[in-house]
Write a protein that binds this ligand. Structure first.
Ligand SMILES: NC(=O)C1=CN([C@@H]2O[C@H](COP(=O)(O)OP(=O)(O)OC[C@H]3O[C@@H](n4cnc5c(N)ncnc54)[C@H](OP(=O)(O)O)[C@@H]3O)[C@@H](O)[C@H]2O)[C@@H](O)CC1
Ligand SMILES: Nc1ncnc2c1ncn2[C@@H]1O[C@H](COP(=O)(O)OP(=O)(O)O)[C@@H](O)[C@H]1O
Ligand SMILES: [K+]
Length: 528
């Protein structure tokens, strides 16, 4: 069910599986699965002449996988050149056996240095100057220990400029499989169109730089007995994780059945932010929605007259789900109002300026950690950095750890936003959201997400499922809009709101029909 495993967990699974299998079995299964993927990519590329494949083989077992694929493709009659960065005597046993198979077949094996390397000019030249139809990256997998350097770095720089398809084996070389960061300092990573990852999926393929470098991810389980997989602490977000919490609306219902949402924000000059959050809450099913303004309140929202606009100082927040922060500013008035809602046992979403106020005020931090009502925090990386008193770079270097730390410290559900939003809860479990795209990188989409969270809490979804579904629907709506040509350039936060409503209704309908499989399915390749 969408499990993601760390490198340490994969190593344990691998060891347990290897114990019951003849040497080389897993590598050969990996090679067979990767060969199927390579052939499919060549088919899709509709290449006119005989295809030429360049295989990069590193010093360890990832290089062994690459050599196994190279031998198989050559056996199938494909023209294969291997750029070999391994010395047989130093290879692990399985990889050395794979080298033997590649050498025994028709693949051409070259040991290139830097472009123009005087030590191996012909090898380098014949790789850097030829046309390639597919590159298979088997430099490094989960064993990468330091940044790519020297000849391998030069090769990655070269293939990242090529127009052809790139298939990464297990992980794009240079990427940290646990975090999605590029292994540094000053590192580089392969940018692949597809990644075939072995045994199980990994968090780093789906967050931070992961989505840009891994492309479309497929899993080859290598026929490992599922009983060898430990209970996962991380998951790829999808309807299967939260659909149970979505319920069809009973006929015998009224607006009071679906809860009230009050958005607290909108200081002078920032009134649009709570309006966006409130409109999102309305379109995601809250029974009644109030937009409560820290400073002066508009009479009503002419484009959305269903919203009730109030002055926050006069509003009773004790019977509503509260979304605090959009455009609230950092003035003492906003601080006082925030302190008041933190003390109420109501469901609460904290976004934007509310998070900045908490970061700057120890008393608010204590109030937040002591809350009894459900709490969802929705920081972007800079807000998370302020809350943890580190830089945004530190947050991005390990987004899962940052989200977990925030969830534990504030005893709240956390959505750490950005490419591959990380949703964490205080017990340490996390989910990475695979939906969404750079069309969302525009002002106001975070306000919309906060409003969706508020609406789902008001409709009594437990906070974990509310956060998972809000993040998924938000991204899914953006994906559908981009497919329809509304973005990635120029999508506006307002346009996102009705698309989220459509996605939520479609999901509700599928849940009612028990047809969830139609959504968010991942390709699984099983090697035999
Ligand atoms: N075992 C199995 O049954 C299966 C394994 N599988 C495959 O194995 C992969 C893991 O293999 P792995 O552990 O050998 O690690 P891998 O990623 O190849 O690299 C390690 C090598 O690189 C070196 N090195 C590290 N960083 C470096 C750098 N920057 N620059 C230069 N060198 C560097 C490091 O040596 P060091 O110099 O650090 O001593 C070591 O020699 C996994 O991702 C999957 O693809 C699958 O076939 C399934 C079955
Ligand atoms: N490149 C991206 N890929 C996926 N989602 C993105 C990307 N950029 C932004 N988002 C999403 O858009 C939203 C932006 O929120 P935020 O930064 O708070 O914006 P604002 O404060 O302007 O409303 C978040 O949900 C974030 O995850
Ligand atoms: K690789």
């Amino acid at each position: 069910m969408n499990e993601l495993y760390t490198v340490a967990e994969i190593r344990q699974i691998e060891q347990a599986a290897l114990a019951g299998l003849p040497a080389g079995t897993l590598m050969q299964r990996a090679g067979a699965a990767a060969m199927q993927m390579a052939l499919a990519m060549l088919d899709n590329a509709s290449i006119a002449s005989a295809p030429r494949v360049l295989v990069l083989a590193g010093p360890g077992n990832n290089g062994g996988d690459a050599l196994d694929v190279a031998a198989r493709l050559a056996q199938a009659g494909i023209e294969v050149t291997v750029a070999l960065y391994a010395v047989a005597e130093r290879q692990p046993q399985d990889a050395r056996a794979a080298l033997g198979r590649a050498q025994a077949g028709a693949a051409t094996l070259l040991a290139p240095g830097d472009p123009g390397d005087s030590a191996a000019p012909s090898a380098a030249g014949s790789i850097y100057q030829r046309h390639w139809d597919l590159v298979i990256d088997g430099l490094f997998g989960i064993g990468l220990a330091r940044p790519l350097a020297g000849a391998m770095r030069a090769m990655v720089e070269f293939i990242n400029t090529l127009p052809c398809q790139v298939l990464a084996l297990d992980i794009p070389s240079g990427l940290d499989a646990d975090t999605g960061d590029i292994v540094g300092p000053g590192g580089i990573a392969v940018r692949a169109h597809r990644t075939i990852t072995f045994i199980a999926d990994k968090p780093g393929l789906h967050t931070c730089h992961g989505r840009d470098h891994a492309g479309q991810v497929s899993i080859a389980t290598l026929d490992i007995d599922p009983a060898l997989l430990p209970p996962a602490q991380a998951f790829l977000n999808g309807p299967i994780l939260f659909a149970d919490a979505l319920r069809p609306r009973p006929q015998n219902s009224h607006k009071g059945s679906f809860g009230d949402v009050a958005v607290l924000g909108g200081a002078h000059g920032m009134q649009g932010a709570p309006i966006l959050a409130a409109r999102a809450a309305l379109h995601c099913g809250a029974g009644r929605v109030f937009a409560c303004f820290v400073d002066e309140a508009p009479g009503y929202d002419p484009a959305q007259p269903e919203l009730m606009c109030r002055h926050a100082g006069d509003f009773d927040f004790s019977k509503t789900t509260v979304v605090a922060g959009p455009g609230s500013g950092g003035a003492s008035r906003a601080n006082e109002l925030l302190a008041r809602v933190l003390d109420l046992p109501v469901p609460l979403v904290l976004d934007a300026d509310a998070l900045n106020l908490v970061a700057a005020d120890r008393a608010l931090q204590q109030r937040l950690a002591a809350r009894t009502g459900a709490t969802i925090l929705t920081p972007h990386p800079l807000e998370a950095a302020r809350l943890l008193a580190v830089s945004a770079g530190v947050i991005q270097a390990d987004r899962l750890a940052a989200a977990r730390q925030l969830a534990a410290r504030f005893q709240a559900i956390v959505i750490l936003k950005g490419s591959g939003s990380v949703i964490a809860r205080p017990d340490g479990s996390v989910a990475i959201n695979p939906s969404g795209n750079p069309a969302l990188a525009t002002a106001g989409t975070g306000d919309v997400l906060a409003g969706v969270c508020g609406a789902l809490l008001a409709q009594h979804l437990p906070p974990w499922q509310a956060a998972l579904s809000a993040a998924w629907l938000h991204g899914h709506a953006a994906d559908r809009l981009v497919e329809a040509g509304v973005g990635p350039v120029g999508l506006s936060a307002s346009e996102l709101i009705p698309a989220i409503r459509t996605a939520l209704n479609a999901l509700n309908a599928l849940c009612t029909l028990g047809a969830l499989g139609a959504l968010g399915a991942q390709i699984t390749v099983n090697a035999h």
